[in-house]
Ligand binder design. Structure first.
Ligand code: GLP
Length: 261
């Protein structure tokens, strides 16, 4: 696991965008794993700017989102599908239908989850997965207690996550859905490169467990310690509880430029 501590979200966005730009040059038909939440917004801003500048194109690329609320109407502004279209997909040049997400309105939810896993497989798997992390250590919506071997499925949201996300629903906890569909931890682990972003002191405890804690379903992101290629991009506040912070800084400082993430 590579831990990179940078000064702010914009710098993190640039470093992550560098990795995605390199991937798209190497493999124009790359498959990206897309996350919602505030953490990846700087990455999407930077990618949209680079697309506008003609540096990169998503015309041949594909995308798969991580998760979706169950039952939000198709026109609801907080539906993750709508959110990812607004913050990223519609700002670049993906082909129509090139980005898919789990169907939170499916009549047959287990069948929809299985179909989603099949679609990811059929696309050749995810080359680079962008991730945020919840304050309780969830990735996607794999809440504490999630099977470390889980695949896309329905989950019940914890009260903590619903409280955290109530800000998107007019601070009305009752308006936050109780269930979601999410790629499982094993689904996320199958991505070839995982780039996780965390900023702010509210994430410091989750980051501490992710990087230096024991692997446990209680902190689902810790499963990433078993992944061969994970990059964790942090600001100082999110890194404040890491014991080996000086080592991570020194390692990144002395890294040869050609190496990339
Ligand atoms: C939600 C999403 C996660 C996201 C997390 C953190 O619960 N399902 O994918 O990583 O929130 O969000 P933020 O980046 O806004 O802190």
């Amino acid at each position: 696991m590579e831990v990179v501590i940078l000064q702010d979200a914009a710098t993190i966005g640039g470093v992550a965008a560098d990795a995605i730009e390199a991937l798209l040059h190497r493999k124009p038909a790359a498959v990206l794993g897309l996350a919602t939440g505030s953490s990846p917004l700087a990455i999407y801003d930077e990618l949209a700017a680079r697309r506008d500048a003609g540096r990169i194109s998503f015309a041949q690329a594909r995308g798969f989102t991580l998760d979706e609320y169950v039952g939000l109407p198709a026109d609801h502004p907080e539906r993750y599908r709508t959110v990812i279209d607004t913050v990223f997909v519609n700002r670049v040049d993906f082909a129509p239908g090139a980005v898919q997400g789990p169907d939170g309105l499916a009549a047959d939810i287990p069948a929809a989850c299985a179909a989603y896993e099949d679609a990811i497989q059929a696309a050749g798997g995810v080359d680079l997965q962008i991730l945020g992390i919840g304050t309780d250590g969830h990735i996607g919506f794999n809440e504490p207690g999630s099977s470390l071997a889980s695949r896309t499925r329905i989950k019940t949201l914890t009260r903590q996550t619903r409280v955290d996300n109530a800000r998107f629903f007019g601070d009305d906890l009752e308006a936050v859905p109780t269930h979601c569909l999410t790629q499982g931890l094993a689904t996320i682990m199958a991505a070839r490169h995982v780039v996780l972003v965390a900023t702010g002191r509210g994430k410091a405890e989750a980051v501490h467990h992710l990087v230096e804690g024991a692997v446990s379903a209680m902190w689902p992101a810790t499963i990433l310690q078993h992944h061969p290629h994970v990059t964790v991009l942090l600001d100082d506040a999110a890194a404040r509880r890491l014991q080996l912070v000086d080592y991570y800084r020194e390692t990144y400082r002395s890294k040869p430029e050609w190496q990339g993430l």
